[in-house]
Design a protein around this ligand. Structure first.
Ligand SMILES: C[S@@+](CC[C@H](N)C(=O)[O-])C[C@H]1O[C@@H](n2cnc3c(N)ncnc32)[C@H](O)[C@@H]1O
Length: 618
């Protein structure tokens, strides 16, 4: 192990497991970090860690800079932070103090010690962690990190902590315990979404500064910092064992703290950055098993979360609405409600095991998970531009097939400055959006629009004659992205074999393969029978107000797995049903006589439009 003085410490392994621990914790000299000295850099403190002897180190984000492994953060001691980024340090410290104080005041389990000045106490939560860990140790054998601590303690000639530690020995063991960063730190999980919002400008650390802070931190005996995914209460909600691109990203991107902090509810489908704007998660200092769910503390009371003007329904509808809205909210999307003023059906018929998935795909189909798992991050185009406004200069969009009117091989933007779709995409052509690996940021990049969370609420309501449909109680502007058809990605061949009601919620992705029906081997469909979102209730209209286009960001175009995106084709007044044309290439039936002749595989269309074809292929 590299210690602060730069010498190599080697523990005498006592048994095989100690040998194993030593292997893990011997670290090599850090590579010097190279910064351009003359540039002004923006920095933001995005986290803090506690190292040996209760020393705090700050994790510092450098927007616009990253290492070859895509990690972006460095470490600064309080002294360095005071010198290099005093305002940022002050902002962070007071934010952390506020969080701690508010936690202490609100938690049912944490007694508020009257008279204790939390702001001047070095760390209320750290002392709490001590108590909890002490209890935990009585119950459980040592964890790997505790073993490490114990080795350190032994080497430094300190007493190892025992359950019967007296209060005299308590201070010492407390600082030891605090080296277990993942269990004793309050973190800023919202750092991703706010990375650039309040930064201070400083010069970059000199290469030597950053090298020394990093190796100093590494020498503290802690494993690599901020690997907190498993302790995040939001992440721990992961409810499925579906393979996710997020997992692929996270495992490959390796050190990206931001993506690992993303509050991804279902592990199945979301790109990490897309979900990064979800509610902040706070890492609890309590060991697992302690029923003190921090989101309960941090979320506003239930009644505050109710969207104003949201319709109230029957208890069954309320329950379902709550379940789906909660799931949508983890991706920062607005609520979903159910209403039936037509008959007695309380809810749309749905599979018992149905899982709500606001966006993306479930990639667990055996043929598909293999493909997804073998997807290397190196195959993604990643643009270097910060603003991505010049489509023909943005690497991501250069591969796009959307050209200007004269087809001068000059890419045009699919979206307006306001983030509205411009309807300049020929059918079947994919809009290639910037992706997780690009420099740009999800909520700012003008070429990352379909990935953003849905802002308007939707109501799933019973129609007179077309089953359930969808509308919103908000006016929707033409060009607004409404959502994606989410569900389980399945090979087209499999979708083709479905019949009757099983086929009803299957959506074929007809992108690049065009109309070549002969080669469906690399074509896919989205099966929303067992997982999906509100878009599964979008009905057909021969006079649609919604249109579908394809957009790629989570995979690469060659994989033929673009997202099916719904966009408002015109201004849609509040409470108007959303409907798209299921079969835009269908022959119109002109005469009343023709209307009686419904083609095979189609059914009578009930859209009620003046120009209704009379039938719809479903
Ligand atoms: C994807 S689902 C749409 C949601 C569906 N209404 C429900 O209640 O689940 C497609 C089905 O809705 C019905 N549908 C949609 N649009 C229709 C239309 N214009 N006329 C008649 N039936 C329609 C058909 O039964 C079709 O198979």
């Amino acid at each position: 192990m590299q210690n602060a003085s730069g010498t190599q410490d080697v523990f005498e392994p006592e048994d095989e497991e100690d040998q194993f621990n030593d292997d893990i914790f011997i670290s090599s000299e850090s590579e010097p970090e190279i910064f351009e000295e003359d540039l002004e850099w923006q920095v933001k403190i995005v986290g803090e860690e506690i190292k040996d002897r209760n020393q705090v180190v700050y994790e510092v984000g450098w927007p616009g800079w990253e290492r070859p492994d895509r990690s972006r953060n460095t470490w600064a001691t309080p002294e360095q932070a005071d010198c290099d980024m005093p305002e940022e340090k002050q902002r962070w410290d007071s934010k952390m103090a506020r969080i701690r104080k508010s936690l202490a005041e609100k938690s049912l389990d944490v007694p508020v010690w009257s008279g204790l000045d939390l702001l001047s106490e070095s760390d209320y939560l750290r002392s709490e962690a001590f108590e909890e860990k002490l209890k935990e140790r009585k119950r459980k054998p040592l964890t790997l990190s505790e073993r490490m601590d114990s080795l350190l303690a032994k080497r430094e000639g300190r007493n190892e902590m025992s359950p019967s530690t007296s209060s005299g020995a308590r201070r010492q063991t407390r600082s030891e315990l605090n080296t277990h960063r993942s269990e004793s730190v309050v973190s800023d999980a919202s750092s991703h979404s706010t990375l650039l919002t309040s930064s201070s400008s400083v010069r970059p650390p000199s290469s030597s500064t950053s090298r020394s802070t990093r190796s100093e931190h590494e020498s503290s005996g802690s494993p690599r910092p901020r690997n907190r995914g498993s302790t995040s209460s939001i992440n721990s909600n992961a409810s499925t064992n579906k393979t996710s691109l997020a997992d692929v990203y996270n495992s490959r991107a390796g050190t990206s703290t931001l993506s690992r902090q993303a509050g991804i509810p279902s592990s199945s489908t979301k790109t990490p950055l897309a979900s990064g704007s979800s509610r902040p998660s706070v890492v609890t200092p309590s060991p697992k098993g302690k029923e003190r769910a921090l989101p309960k503390i941090l979320l506003p009371p239930r009644h505050n979360r109710t969207v104003p003007g949201r319709p109230r329904g029957l208890p069954e509808q309320e329950k379902m609405s709550e379940r789906w809205s909660k799931s949508a909210a983890t991706e920062s999307a607005a609520s979903i409600d159910f209403v039936n003023t037509v008959d007695d059906e309380k809810l749309p018929p749905i599979a018992d095991d149905f899982q709500y998935l606001e966006s993306g795909y479930d990639y667990t189909h055996k043929n598909i998970s293999q493909l997804i798992n073998s997807l290397d991050q190196g195959v993604f185009t990643r643009c270097e531009c910060r603003r991505c406004t010049a489509a023909h200069l943005c690497d991501c969009q250069q591969s796009s097939e959307i050209f200007d009117e004269e087809y001068k091989r000059r890419q045009v933007f699919a979206y307006s400055d306001e983030g509205l779709f411009l309807f300049n995409v020929p059918g079947g052509t994919e809009v290639i959006e910037c992706n997780h690996y690009c420099q740009c940021e999800l909520d700012r990049c003008p070429n990352r629009v379909a990935q953003r969370p849905r802002k308007f609420p939707v109501t799933i309501f019973k129609t007179e004659n077309r089953g359930w449909g969808v509308r919103s109680n908000k006016d929707i502007q033409s060009g607004t992205i409404l959502g994606h058809y989410s569900g389980k990605l399945i090979p087209r061949m499999e979708a083709e074999s479905l019949e009757g009601p099983d086929k009803m919620y299957c959506f074929d992705i007809d992108g690049r393969e065009g109309l070549n029906e002969d080669d469906l081997s690399a074509a896919y469909s989205v099966d929303a029978r067992h997982c999906g979102n509100w878009t599964r209730y979008l009905n057909h209209s021969c006079s649609p107000n919604v249109m579908v286009y394809l957009a790629v960001w989570a995979t690469i175009p060659e994989m033929r797995m673009p997202n099916i995106v719904f966009v408002a084709l015109k201004d849609i007044p509040a409470n108007t049903e959303f409907a798209f044309d299921y079969d835009p290439l269908a022959e119109p039936l002109h005469s009343a006589r023709d209307r009686l002749g419904i083609p095979e595989g189609a059914r009578k269309c009930m859209c009620g439009a003046d120009n209704c074809r009379g039938y719809v292929r479903v």
